[in-house]
Ligand binder design. Structure first.
Ligand SMILES: CC(C)[C@H](C(=O)O)[C@@H](O)C(=O)O
Ligand code: SF4
Length: 781
C-alpha cells in the first residue's frame, strides 16, 4: 500500500511487493504484510511451541489455514477411526497430533483427515479460493511458489519465519531482483506446462533464478489453464527463484469465482477491478530477461539427480567424457552412478519399476484426466510393480470419482489412493525400495528423495502414465491412445538438440513494447493510500534483545574448516526426510548428510562411509567450505540449519546458496557467506583441505587464515542480518516493536482490500458436523 521508492513502470512483482510494505528500516530491510498463511504438520510444531513459550497468540487466524499432508498414509480411509489407529509410524502420528492440538489451542481453521477438503497444502489453498491474486502467501514449504500462478507473491519460509508470521502477520524481507521468463510462441500439441518448466530449468539451471522473483510471460503462458500455471510456478523454486508469478487474467478470475473462500458480490467486483491492475507495465525493467522458444520444446524428462538434469525424451543419457568442466563432469559421473545409468542409452529405453502420479505439481483434476486418457483401455505393464495415482485433495478425489477416472485407473491395474504428499518425498509409507526407478510427476529427483537410494525421473502425468502402460519411458506423442477422441500427435520438431539450442538471453533488457496488457483498468485503482510511515526510518540502535534460547551473538569465529567439493547440495541431502518427523529443534546432528555418511551393515546398523565430517580433524569443524554453487537448494526444512548447528558448524562459505536455506540459517545464528568460486578454489578450499583453521570476522566482514592474514578482505551481508546476528537478536521481538505500523497497515487494508477480510474464518463445517470448524480434532471431521 505504499511505495518502495521505485518510480516509473513497475513489474508485477514490484506492485505486489509495494502493496504489502508495512515498514522499511534504514538498512533497506522491509516488513511485509502477509495475507495468507498455509500451515502443515512438518514445519509448524516448533513454531507453535515458540508461541506458547513466549505467551503469544496467532495474530490473524482468519489469514491462516492448516491441513495435514506430508505424513499421512494414502491407503483407504474407509475404515478410518482415528489418526491413532490409522497412522502406524509413531513420529508421523506425533506430528499430526501436535498439529491437531495446536489448531485447537490457537483456533486455526483446519482440514483434518476425515474432511474431504484435506489435501496437499498447495492444492487446497487455490481450491478453496483462499489463494487470491495480488496477495502475499507463505507456508513453511518451498513449493509455496505454486500460488504465484494467481499473480500472488508466494514463497516458502522456514519454521522460525512460520512463528514470526503466526505472531506478527508480517515477514522481514529484502527486495528480490526481477527476472522474466518470456516463452515465445505456442507450445506444440502433446507438450505440457510440466515439459515447459523442466525445459526452462534445464536451460537456466537450478541456481538460475537465485535472488530473483521470476515472472512467466508470453503467449504460451497466457494460454495455459490455471492448473497448468500452478505446475509451472510450483517448480520456480527448483529454478532457484524466490517465487514465480503469472499475471492474473480472465482465466484466473473464472477459476476463482464461486470458490468457498473467494470474495462475493460487491467485494468480488472490487477485487477484480484491483486484480486487473496487476500486470507488468510497459517499459518496466527486468534485471534478467530470458527468452525461451516454445516451438523448441518437446516432451522432457530428467535423467539425473537434480531437476536441471532435464532432456528431451528423444535424447540419450549424457556422456561425461564429453564434459570439460571438472565439477560438472564429476557431478555427472556421480549422478549416473547413483541413477544406475550407462551413458548414451536412449532415454526411451529406460524402464521404471514404479510409477507415481501425484504431488503438489501434478495431482489436480486436469493432471488426473490427462493420465486417465492415456491409461484408458490399457493394462499396466507387467514389469511395472506399482503404478500409484494420488489425488492432491479429497475434493480432487471426489471429482475424479464422479468422472469415473478411478475406474479407468483401477481397471488398468493402477492403484487409486487418498490425498496426501505420498511418494513425492516418502515421509509416509509410500516409498521406493533402494535402486528402484520411478516415473514420477513430482518436482524433485534428489538423491534419496523417494526413499533411500531411490531413482526418480520427473515427467508429465501423461508421460508417467504411458511409462506405466508400455513399461519404458516414451514420447507421449507416439502413444497409441485407445480413447477414440485422442488422435496420435504428429511430431514436427527436430527434437534432440532442442534443449541445447534454446534461446537463452541472460541480459538486462526492458520489456518490449506491446507486451503490457490490461491497460484499460490501469488507472482505476489509484486510490491505494501510500503508507506515509514508509519514509520514516527506524534506527537499528536501542532495540532490546529477546534472543531465543541458543541464539548467541555471532562476532568472530576461529575454527577448523571442512572442505566439501560439491555443487547443488540440496536440503534433502543435508537432512533426509526421515529426520523431519521431530517436533523439536535439537538432536538432529545424527541425521546430518545421513545418506552420504552412513550405510547399513548386514544387521541393519549404521556404518560410516568416511564422509569428510567423520574424518579427523573435521569431526570438530566449525566452518564448511563448499566449492560449488547453490548450497542448500530445495526444501524449506529449517531442519537443515538445525542439523548443521547441532553438529557444531557455525558458518558455511559457498559461491551461492538456496534462498530459503540462506534465510533460515540467519534465524539460527548460522552465518552463510557468499564468496566467489575462484577465491574459494584458490584461497579457502586448499586451506580447508590441509586441515587448517579460518577466522571469520563478522563485524569487519572479513575471512582470515590461522595466522591473521586476510584472505577475503570483504564479504557482503545485509546490514539488518548482520545487526541481528552480532547482537543475537530475535526477529519477532524486533517486529513486535513495530506494532504501531502493523496495526496502521491493517486498518488501511481493511478499507482498501476489504475483499481479503474474513479469509479462512469463512470455512464452513462439513455437512453433518454441528461443531465449529476451528480447532476440532480429526475424529470430529
Ligand atoms: C517438508 C517441507 C519442509 C518440504 C519443502 O519445503 O519443500 C517438502 O514439502 C518437500 O517437498 O521437500
Ligand atoms: S513437494 Fe511433495 S512433499 Fe513437498 S509439499 Fe509438494 S507434494 Fe508435499
Amino acid at each position: 500500500m505504499s511505495s518502495t521508492g521505485s518510480k516509473g513502470p513497475q513489474t508485477l512483482y514490484d506492485k505486489v511487493f509495494e502493496a504489502h510494505v508495512v515498514h522499511r528500516d534504514e538498512s533497506g530491510s522491509y516488513l511485509l504484510y502477509i495475507d495468507r498463511h498455509l500451515v502443515h504438520e512438518v514445519t509448524s510444531p516448533q513454531a507453535f511451541e515458540g508461541l506458547k513459550t513466549a505467551g503469544r497468540k496467532v495474530r490473524r487466524t482468519d489469514c491462516t489455514l492448516a491441513t495435514v499432508d506430508h505424513n499421512i498414509p494414502t491407503w483407504s480411509r474407509k475404515n478410518f477411526k482415528s489418526p491413532e489407529t490409522f497412522i502406524k509410524e509413531k513420529d508421523s502420528l506425533l506430528q499430526v497430533q501436535t498439529l491437531q492440538k495446536n489448531v485447537k489451542d490457537f483456533e486455526v481453521p483446519f482440514f483434518g483427515m476425515t474432511d474431504a477438503r484435506q489435501g496437499i497444502v498447495h492444492v487446497i489453498g487455490p481450491e478453496q479460493g483462499f489463494t487470491l491474486p495480488g496477495t502475499t502467501v507463505v507456508c513453511g514449504d518451498s513449493h509455496t511458489s505454486t500460488h504465484g500462478a494467481f499473480g500472488s507473491l508466494a514463497f516458502g519460509i522456514g519454521t522460525s519465519e512460520v512463528e514470526h508470521v503466526l505472531a506478527t502477520q508480517t515477514i522481514i524481507q529484502a527486495k528480490s531482483k526481477n527476472m522474466r521468463i518470456y516463452v515465445d510462441g505456442k507450445l506444440s500439441p502433446g507438450v505440457t506446462s510440466k515439459d515447459l518448466i523442466l525445459h526452462i530449468i534445464g536451460v537456466i539451471g537450478t541456481a538460475g533464478g537465485t535472488g530473483c522473483v521470476m515472472e512467466f510471460a508470453g503467449d504460451a503462458i497466457s494460454e495455459l489453464s490455471m492448473e497448468a500455471r500452478m505446475s509451472m510456478c510450483n517448480m520456480a523454486i527448483e529454478a532457484g527463484a524466490r517465487a514465480g508469478m503469472i499475471k492474473p487474467d480472465q482465466i484466473t478470475y473464472d477459476y476463482i469465482k464461486g470458490r468457498p473462500l473467494a470474495p462475493e458480490g460487491k467485494e468480488w467486483e472490487k477485487a477484480v477491478t484491483y486484480w486487473k491492475t496487476l500486470h507488468t507495465d510497459e517499459g518496466a525493467k527486468f534485471d534478467y530477461d530470458i527468452k525461451i522458444k516454445a516451438a523448441d520444446i518437446i516432451p522432457t524428462i530428467t535423467w539425473g539427480t537434480s531437476p536441471q538434469d532435464a532432456l528431451a525424451i528423444s535424447d540419450s543419457v549424457p556422456d561425461p567424457s564429453t564434459v570439460r568442466d571438472p565439477i560438472k563432469k564429476s557431478d555427472m559421473e556421480r549422478a549416473l552412478k547413483y541413477m544406475g545409468l550407462t551413458p548414451n542409452t536412449p532415454l526411451k529405453e529406460l524402464k521404471p519399476d514404479k510409477v507415481f502420479i501425484g504431488s503438489c505439481t501434478n495431482s489436480r483434476i486436469e493432471d488426473l484426466r490427462a493420465a486417465a486418457a492415456v491409461v484408458k483401455g490399457h493394462k499396466k505393464a507387467s514389469t511395472v510393480k506399482v503404478a500409484m495415482v494420488v489425488p492432491g485433495s479429497g475434493l480432487v478425489k471426489q471429482q475424479a470419482e464422479k468422472e469415473g477416472l478411478d475406474r479407468i485407473f483401477l481397471d488398468a491395474g493402477f492403484e487409486w489412493r487418498e490425498a496426501g504428499c505420498s511418494m513425492c518425498l516418502g515421509m509416509n509409507p509410500d516409498i521406493l525400495d533402494p535402486e528402484e526407478r520411478c516415473a514420477s510427476t513430482s518436482n524433485r529427483n534428489f538423491e534419496g528423495r523417494q526413499g533411500a537410494r531411490s531413482r526418480t525421473h520427473l515427467m508429465s502425468p501423461a508421460m508417467a502414465a504411458a511409462a506405466g502402460i508400455v513399461g519404458h519411458f516414451m514420447d507421449i506423442r507416439e502413444f497409441e491412445y485407445k480413447d477414440g477422441d485422442k488422435p496420435r500427435i504428429s511430431i514436427e520438431q527436430a527434437g534432440d538438440k532442442a534443449l541445447q539450442d534454446a534461446v537463452y538471453e541472460h541480459e538486462k533488457q526492458p520489456l518490449q513494447k506491446g507486451e503490457s496488457i490490461d491497460e484499460q483498468e490501469e488507472d482505476e485503482i489509484k486510490d491505494i493510500p501510500p503508507a506515509d510511515h514508509i519514509t520514516k526510518e527506524t534506527s537499528l540502535d536501542g532495540e532490546t534483545s529477546s534472543a531465543p534460547a541458543g541464539m548467541v551473538p555471532f562476532l568472530t569465529v576461529k575454527g577448523l574448516a571442512a572442505p566439501l567439493d560439491k555443487a547443488n547440495v540440496d536440503t534433502d541431502a543435508i537432512i533426509p526426510k526421515q529426520f523431519l518427523k521431530t517436533i523439536k529443534r535439537t538432536g538432529l546432528s545424527a541425521g546430518l548428510f545421513y545418506e552420504w555418511r552412513f550405510t547399513k551393515d548386514a544387521n541393519g546398523k549404521d556404518q560410516k562411509l568416511g564422509f569428510v565430517l567423520d574424518t579427523e580433524p573435521y569431526t570438530k569443524a566449525e566452518i564448511l567450505v563448499v566449492t560449488g554453487d547453490n548450497f542448500g537448494c530445495g526444501s524449506s526444512r529449517e531442519h537443515a540449519p538445525w542439523a548443521l548447528k547441532d553438529f557444531g558448524i557455525r558458518s558455511i562459505i559457498a559461491p551461492s546458496f538456496g534462498d530459503i536455506f540462506y534465510n533460515n540459517s540467519f534465524k539460527n545464528g548460522l552465518l552463510p557467506i557468499r564468496v566467489s568460486q575462484d577465491v574459494i578454489a584458490d584461497k579457502l578450499y586448499p586451506r580447508a583441505k590441509a586441515g587448517k583453521a579460518l577466522t571469520i570476522d563478522l563485524p569487519k566482514q572479513q575471512i582470515l587464515d590461522d595466522e591473521g592474514n586476510v584472505l577475503v578482505p570483504h564479504f557482503e551481508i545485509e546490514e539488518f542480518r548482520k545487526h541481528c546476528l552480532v547482537n543475537g537478536l530475535d526477529d519477532i521481538g524486533i517486529t513486535l516493536q513495530k506494532e504501531k505500523f502493523i496495526s496502521e497497515y491493517e486498518a488501511k487494508r481493511k478499507e482498501v482490500f476489504s475483499f481479503l477480510e474474513g479469509g479462512s474464518k469463512r470455512v464452513q463445517p462439513v455437512t453433518g458436523t454441528k461443531k465449529s470448524p476451528f480447532g476440532v480434532t480429526a475424529q470430529e471431521w
